[in-house]
Design a binder for this molecule. Structure first.
Ligand code: SF4
Length: 214
């Protein structure tokens, strides 16, 4: 069993609540249930009772494909995780969305530091160093496609493209940068999955764009 994760209670304060594609509710068994927000009926769902089951549930999508980006909107359906304690619900959420509760906690205290895309690219070494050569136009298009909530990633972007405060992408709607917006598009109240700095997958994509242009 993984060590307990210190998660701010605000992450799980009011039930039911939603985080990314997951809905957490009070269970009839007295504990908590976590399930896919699309699975509105509990009928026929695969039942799990160990928070560690979240590791496997988060690993593959509906078609059995590996999910390299845990905040991509492709969490598999058809399961229900029932746990007794709020700490177990928190641990499961940590497996579904690693690091997001802690970032939310720091952000809530207005202490979150963000890193611009250009800063992230400039500090790359080895085979990823070339990614810094991506042009402004290419970066605009890449972020607009790769980070979009519909089919890309459900995180709310807090970083800028550069130190001057340029928007990450002109192709993304303003709500992509708004922590109050439910990035699943359901229009429900949901805790945000915050993105404080460009991820490794985006850096790898930037490298591909640069290499392809050569
Ligand atoms: S940079 Fe952030 S928003 Fe974009 S894909 Fe990576 S984690 Fe998601």
């Amino acid at each position: 069993m993984a060590p307990p994760v210190e998660v701010p209670i605000a992450w799980l304060g009011v039930f039911p609540c939603c985080v990314g594609e997951i809905r957490i509710a009070r269970g009839t068994h007295g504990g908590f249930t976590l399930g896919h927000r699309d699975d509105t009926s509990h009928e026929g769902l695969e039942i799990h009772r160990d928070p560690e089951a979240a590791i496997e549930l988060a690993r593959y999508d509906n078609a059995g494909r590996y999910r390299p980006l845990k905040t991509a909107p492709n969490l598999r359906h058809g399961w229900l995780l029932m746990v007794d304690l709020v700490e177990q619900a928190q641990l499961a959420l940590e497996h579904f969305y690693p690091g997001r509760a802690a970032v939310y906690g720091v952000w809530s205290k207005r202490e979150l530091r963000t890193t611009a895309l250009r800063e992230t690219l400039a500090r790359q070494t080895g085979m990823y160093r070339v990614a810094a050569q991506i042009s402004e136009e290419e970066a605009d298009e890449l972020v607009g496609n790769f980070c979009r909530s519909g089919g890309g990633c459900l995180r709310t972007i807090l970083w800028k493209r550069d130190a001057a405060g340029t928007s990450p992408s002109t192709l993304l709607p303003d709500v992509k940068y708004d922590p109050k917006f439910d990035q699943t598009g359901r229009g429900e109240s949901a805790l945000p999955l915050l993105c404080q700095e460009p991820c490794n997958l985006l850096v790898a994509e930037a490298r591909k764009v640069v290499k392809a242009a050569k």
